[in-house]
Write a protein that binds this ligand. Structure first.
Ligand SMILES: *[C@@H]1O[C@H](CO)[C@@H](O)[C@H](O)[C@H]1NC(C)=O
Ligand SMILES: *[C@@H]1O[C@H](CO)[C@@H](O)[C@H](O)[C@H]1NC(C)=O
Length: 473
């Protein structure tokens, strides 16, 4: 007598599994405009406020099915005009902040963390497949804590690379561990070697910060440029950052400060500037890191670059309370800080860069009056701000201040974590041949509720289980 009931249940479960899996594999089609590069042939969304419920449903489903069809049968490039072929297409991800599993982590959290890696990986592969970006930037806070040992840092790097960003680095990581490990064979960074190199570079002011026309670090295997950024959870705030933090970050994620100049011999040069925003102000544990960061900015300024700039950082620039969810906040270690007395009075955390530091950074990076864009993370909620300049002084407003002589927009990218709906930031750079300037556009593509992803995965498992019961009993 159980069989018919089970069978009915199995049919319903199958149906739900199919629908939910179709949705998670086509979710950008629910927001086609927000989840596509800006391009001249894509018409903007219509205003639905005057439509009836029925008309809205029809409009949204037409839009959805149209986009799904396009994804299935056309290469996305078909949507672009010849005029857009040289556009820059950058995917920006904020704060993945992956957590660790320890021996006392409860099973439910373990499952959560494990599933979360694949959830983030799903978002990344969907966006990669749909959009074929030219650049991918992870805006810092790759991991959830700066207080982890080298072995855990190594293990999270492995998850970050393999599960989320689908990079086959197994041999590379294995070699690294073979080169540098402790007596138990676990990864241990040789930070004193890195420190010696750092000090030698600092003495000669020779850091080789710059690159030219790099479109991939590994052209044989990938046709886009993958950019990692430091977050406070990766290297610490300046009161925390040690040689060990910096050495292991450099070893697996590359430089913390660099620029790449593109197409400098054309009429449309542009550049990417990656700035380690954690080490611009103190009091710092290792003040020489701060000096090094400013040296980077001075060398950048000395280039007298004549093109457009994409500035990538982790910590947002200074703004007054009320413009974004986070207001200005600085915390310092107290005088009698018992756990680590040597940290007393050092910078413990910050929501923004300081006001004077912000002004200086903007003047050094956007000195040539060419349009640009600033992307960062850190606050998780996301925000859009305009930095306006009047006589060399910058101030932030929500909308562009029309009295200013120059402005740059800052996009604080909402986090890709499930709690914030798994977002991807899409940046399109388009060179307008009429005005001879680069224009920058930003949109945010949300995944939607994380639970939906879990539902799709869990219902697939349950469906399989129920069908096997039906056939067994
Ligand atoms: C990292 O992974 C290795 C291999 O799975 C394991 O032996 C080691 O204990 C892990 N490290 C930490 C800190 O959990
Ligand atoms: C950035 O991190 C990825 C790992 O996800 C790594 O493969 C890549 O080499 C890093 N980039 C640089 C420039 O080191």
């Amino acid at each position: 007598m159980w069989k018919p009931i089970l069978k009915k249940f199995a049919i319903i479960a199958t149906f739900l599994t199919i629908i939910s899996n179709i949705l998670i594999f086509t979710y950008p089609s629910l927001h086609p405009t927000r989840c596509s590069w800006r391009c001249s042939t894509r018409t903007n969304e219509i205003d639905v406020s005057s439509l009836s419920l029925f008309e809205r449903i029809t409009y949204y489903s037409n839009r959805y099915f149209h986009d799904v069809k396009e994804q299935l049968f056309n290469d996305n490039k078909g949507e672009l005009n010849v005029d857009d072929e040289d556009d820059i297409h950058l995917l920006a991800f904020g704060d993945p902040q992956i957590k660790g599993i320890w021996h006392n982590t409860p099973y439910k959290s373990r499952l959560d963390i494990y599933g979360n890696d694949y959830y983030l990986g799903h978002i990344y592969s969907m966006m990669q497949r749909r959009l074929h970006p030219s650049h991918v930037a992870i805006l810092g806070d790759l991991f959830s804590s700066q207080w982890i040992g080298d072995s855990e840092f190594f293990n999270r790097t492995t998850r970050y690379m393999n599960r989320i960003f689908k990079r086959d680095t197994t041999t590379w990581l294995k070699d690294l561990k073979e080169r540098e490990h402790d007596e138990n064979g676990q990864y241990r960074v040789d930070w004193s070697k890195w420190a010696d190199q750092f000090k030698a570079n600092a003495a000669s002011k020779n850091f080789s910060f710059g690159y030219n026309d790099v479109y991939s670090w590994d052209p044989e295997n990938e046709n886009y440029l993958f950019i990692n950024l430091t977050g406070n959870h990766d290297v610490g705030y300046s009161g925390d950052a040690t040689y060990q933090h910096m050495a292991r970050y450099h070893e697996v994620f590359g430089k913390d400060n660099f620029w790449i100049e593109y197409e400098t011999d054309t009429n449309h040069p542009w550049r990417i500037v990656v700035l380690n925003s954690l080490l611009l102000e103190g009091p710092a544990l290792q003040p020489e890191f701060i000096e090094n960061n400013w040296e980077f900015l001075y060398q950048l300024f000395e280039r007298r670059f004549n093109g457009s700039t994409v500035l990538l950082t982790h910590v947002p620039l200074y703004k007054e309370e009320g413009l974004c969810v986070d207001g200005p906040l600085f915390r310092y270690y107290p005088d009698d800080y018992k756990p680590e007395p040597y940290k007393k009075n050092l910078l413990r955390s910050q929501n923004h860069l300081g006001e004077a530091v912000t002004n200086k950074v903007l003047n050094l990076v956007f000195d040539n009056d060419k349009p640009g864009i600033i992307l960062n993370g850190h606050d998780h909620e996301g925000c859009e701000t305009s930095y306006n300049r009047i006589n060399g002084t910058w101030f932030a407003t929500r909308d562009v201040d029309q009295t200013s002589d120059f402005h740059v927009k800052e996009y604080t990218v909402r986090s890709m974590m499930g709690e914030f709906n798994g977002n991807t930031g899409l940046v399109t750079g388009h060179f307008d041949k009429n005005t001879m300037t680069w224009n920058w556009y930003f949109t945010l593509c949300p995944f939607g509720l994380q639970h939906f992803w879990w539902f799709a995965k869990a219902s697939a498992i349950i469906t399989g289980f129920v069908w096997s019961l039906v056939f067994l009993i």
